[in-house]
Design a protein around this ligand. Structure first.
Ligand code: CO
Length: 212
């Protein structure tokens, strides 16, 4: 039986040698401090690795990934990552990056039952329902899916702006900025959806929390 996972450990040794060849202090320098400027909230999809597609190195991006890059306001995992990134690491930018062809979003568009996963997909279905008149008007299935993927990213950007973590940080430091991006699996290109949110004036209604 071929132990394919062993290849990963061999690759690791090669990678270490390559990195040390370029910069003998690479690892020792990272030992002391972690100070990334970016928090990445992306999809777990194996084809969308945060560092690789943004040309960033270890130490540069704090990463949270889940199915369909969701910001679910009761998700302790996401909230803990966000709290640490904002209040301890003081990241300057939070990036929600979705991707066209996202299996999670496509599954949420349909009616098939998947089991436990349906409870996660439910959050994405709510996005569809909110935008159903726009989405249902798009007859081409791929175009509808692509638009849904973009709207889903935008909703997660809004979701971040509705957290007390982000709002308190905006009140105190006017930081971080929140961005919504979509990665194209077919071309490798990231599209900026230009939905930047960076202050309390971007929050409205019942979502706007009083200063603490
Ligand atoms: Co995905």
């Amino acid at each position: 039986m071929e132990e394919s996972y062993l290849k990963l450990l061999e690759n690791n040794k090669k990678w270490v040698n390559k990195m040390l060849g370029n910069d003998p202090d690479f690892f020792t320098r990272l030992l002391g401090i972690q100070s990334p400027e970016y928090l990445w909230i992306g999809c777990s999809d194996s084809r969308v690795p945060a560092n690789e597609i943004t040309g960033t190195q270890p130490g540069e991006v704090f990463v949270h990934r889940n199915i369909a890059n969701m910001v679910v306001h009761t998700d302790m995992n996401m909230l803990s990552v966000l709290d640490y990134a904002v209040n301890v690491l003081h990241v300057k930018h939070v990036i929600v990056c979705g991707h066209y062809g996202c299996g999670g979003v496509l599954a949420a568009m349909g009616n098939r039952q998947f089991g436990l996963l349906d409870n996660w997909l439910r959050n994405i279905k709510d996005v569809y329902d909110k935008h159903r008149s726009e989405l249902n008007a798009i007859t081409d299935e791929t175009q509808r899916a692509n638009r849904f993927i973009e709207l889903n990213v935008m909703e997660q950007v809004h979701g971040l702006s509705q957290t007390s973590i982000i709002q308190n940080s905006w009140q105190n430091h006017r930081s971080p900025s929140i961005h919504g991006w979509v990665y194209d699996l077919g071309t490798g290109i990231i599209k900026d959806l230009k939905v930047l949110m960076d202050g309390m004036e971007d929050v409205s209604g019942v979502y706007k929390l009083d200063e603490k």
